[in-house]
Design a protein around this ligand. Structure first.
Ligand SMILES: [Zn+2]
Length: 255
């Protein structure tokens, strides 16, 4: 493997470690800088050699060195996913600004997904600056255009806002949070308006399949408390990697 590819994996895993800190602290509105990492069970500080992404989890066999309580699989999972995303984006874009911007976007989606799964919220501190960063990127990146990104923000935010409002009006209860609206606006800023449509289609499709599967397994009366954010995030990642291919395929198929 080339040196650059190896560095992209290590860099991704390191950022993944930081994403874990964000996932744990952002919902509690704690600082993501201080204090240093500590065990959530016994509060003991984690030394640097116990904080090496992926490696430490294996060396410690998934248990805290001091209190021997299990460490959540969230830690190695997020580190591994971040490493893979960094690797595949590096292969696609090479050492470039595009790589950094799209990896930042993918990393934000990972944090949003895990926080939404735990707490059913999408923090504004990620999605709102994300819209700004995405618009800025569209001005700099060769793959993007400002107009496309702006239309993406409006379409992403607007369409879900309409769906959510109609849903609330019809069923007299909130079906989709405002967090999803801002998330889709952020996705539009980074990927443009076509990807917004693709993301909604993919997110709804995957969400329905998962939802129906859960209902079959748990019984029809099972109250669905599955947040939409993770499916939108997954749809956005698929759009990022394969969006153009999927859109081409769709257009050809319908000729
Ligand atoms: Zn501990």
């Amino acid at each position: 493997m080339e040196m650059g590819n190896i560095i992209s994996v290590l860099f991704g895993a390191m950022i993944g470690s930081f994403l874990n800190v964000c996932i744990c602290r952002l919902p509690k509105e704690e600082s993501i800088v201080t204090p240093g990492s500590h065990c959530p069970q016994c509060q003991k500080p984690i030394r640097w050699y116990d904080n090496i992404p992926l490696v430490s989890y294996l060396v410690l066999r998934g248990k805290c060195r001091h209190c021997h309580q299990p460490i959540s699989v969230q830690y190695p999972l997020v580190e591994g996913i971040a490493a893979l995303l960094s690797f595949f984006l590096f292969i696609r874009f090479g050492p470039s600004l595009s790589y950094l911007f799209y990896f930042a976007f993918a990393a934000a989606l990972v944090v949003i997904t895990v926080i939404d799964l735990y707490h059913q919220i999408i923090p504004d501190v990620i999605s709102l600056p994300g819209i700004g960063v995405g618009l800025l990127a569209s001005w700099i990146l060769p793959q993007a255009s400002v107009v496309n990104a702006l239309v993406g923000v409006l379409l992403g935010g607007g369409s879900l806002f309409v769906v959510a409002t109609v849903y609330e009006w019809l069923f007299k209860r909130e079906g989709m949070g405002g967090g999803d609206v801002k998330l889709l606006a952020m996705i539009g800023a980074f990927l443009g308006w076509k990807a917004v449509i693709l993301t909604i289609l993919l997110g709804s499709l995957i969400g329905s399949i998962v939802g129906i599967t859960v209902m079959i397994l748990k019984g029809r009366d099972f109250k669905l408390a599955i947040p939409f954010g993770p499916f939108l995030s997954l749809g956005a990642l698929i759009s990022l990697f394969w969006g153009e291919g999927l859109i081409h395929w769709y257009l050809y198929m319908n000729r």
